[in-house]
Ligand binder design. Structure first.
Ligand SMILES: [Zn+2]
Length: 394
């Protein structure tokens, strides 16, 4: 098997595990930095390795538009192209087609839409998306799914969820065809038929909006289709209340097998990580740490602060005194504030470094707490400090 998941410790639903992939292991719970366009904005692969990132994300929609998945394939696939030799997961583009693109038409066949870059007409079907993700060559690839707004009614949620399951079956069939006909390694190399790197793990996505019954039903039907290596949980953190999100994670935790990794898509604020780990989630991604860094927002153990504020003009402390990232080990808030307000590139880079490191550390610390058997008290203390001592929230 190219993909395995071993659980090393458990506390309630929370678990510490090791997800093995053809490009190496991922210790879970894990936060996956987002490299939408084959780069985690302002960070290079060495930074990410130093911070202990094991798996990162790429995005099929964005890379299809620029530079083109055919270009990435010609350059040896995404790992080779961006010089990242650890695991990669690609998102299918479902979320972008339904959030960024304009003038969408959804049919059973697929989705026709306009590129957000140049307005050109595009058509995504489950088969086309599998070809894109094959060209990119990530270890884990997400199915193409029908994404709906967070507050959608039950009929809309049911319709989208059922379509997503039908599209999942088409994704699987097409991936199996591609694995036989389009080996992943560059064709100039000898290709051993049992090369584990040829195999990509297709993750299905459990949809169903904020409707428990729809979520349970989707989880059940998906499990009946194939022996999946892991499961995605989609359509959360898209405008619904936090309590509804946590409740849906709990429902899905009960409905999915506990033997496989679960990836909560696009959810990655500090408090969400901790609440979701408690409810059995293993993998996370979120653009928040880099996107917020570009606005001057900084995660700290005492809540969020914004480095633009005047009060940091002569503040000699690091961004977070309890952080050991490369920015906090060397630079003061005053210096980073100066860089940021002067629009110096280094300012953005240091904020990204810190924020990404912060989320990677939460997942790592959570893992250690699960192994130590004290996740409950660790998470309670962590959340109470983060939520109560945040006078400078942004
Ligand atoms: Zn830091």
């Amino acid at each position: 098997m190219s993909f395995t998941f071993d659980i090393v410790a458990k506390t309630g639903s929370a678990r510490a595990g090791v997800f093995s992939t053809p490009h190496g292991p991922v210790e879970t719970p894990a936060f996956m930095p987002v490299g939408t366009l084959a780069t985690v904005k302002s960070l290079d692969p060495d930074d990410l390795v130093r911070m202990g990132a094991s798996m990162i994300l790429g995005n099929a929609y964005h890379l299809h538009l620029r530079p083109g998945d055919d270009v990435v394939r010609e350059m040896g696939g995404l790992h080779e192209f961006m010089r990242w030799d650890r695991p990669i997961l690609t998102d299918s583009g479902g979320f972008q087609v339904f959030s960024l693109a304009q003038l969408r038409t959804v049919t059973e066949e697929g989705v026709e839409f306009q590129s957000h870059l140049d307005g050109s007409r595009r058509f995504f079907t489950p088969e086309i998306v599998m070809q894109i993700e094959r060209n990119l060559g990530a270890d884990v690839i997400m199915q193409f799914d029908h994404v709906i707004p967070g507050q959608s009614d039950e009929a809309t949620a049911r319709d989208a969820s059922e379509r997503s399951i039908r599209w999942l079956e088409r994704c699987l069939k097409e991936l199996q065809r591609l694995e036989e006909t389009q080996p992943l390694e560059p064709p100039r190399e000898e290709f051993p038929p049992d090369n584990p790197r040829n195999h990509q793990a297709l993750f299905p996505i459990v949809q169903g909006g904020i409707h428990s019954q729809r979520r349970r039903e989707a989880a059940e039907r998906i499990q009946g289709l194939y022996d999946w290596a892991g499961f995605g949980i989609g359509g959360l953190s898209v405008g619904e209340e936090k309590d509804a999100m946590y409740e849906m994670i709990r429902v899905v935790d009960e409905a999915l097998p506990r033997t496989h990794p679960r990836y909560l898509m696009g959810v990655g604020f500090p408090e969400d990580l901790i609440e979701a780990i408690e409810r059995g989630v293993d993998l996370f991604d979120c653009v928040a740490p880099t996107r917020m860094g570009r606005n001057g927002a900084v995660f700290t153990h005492d809540g969020r602060l914004n480095i633009k504020r005047t009060e940091y003009r002569t503040d000699p402390r690091p961004l977070d005194p309890d952080c050991d990232c490369a920015a906090c080990m060397r630079f003061s808030r005053a210096y980073i504030r100066h860089l940021f307000v002067s629009e110096e590139i280094l300012g953005l880079r240091l904020l990204s470094l810190h924020n990404v490191h912060f989320l990677l550390s939460i997942a790592r610390d959570a893992r250690q707490a699960i192994i130590n058997g004290d996740y409950e008290s660790w998470s309670r203390d962590w959340l109470s400090r983060y939520r109560t001592s945040s006078p400078l929230a942004v």
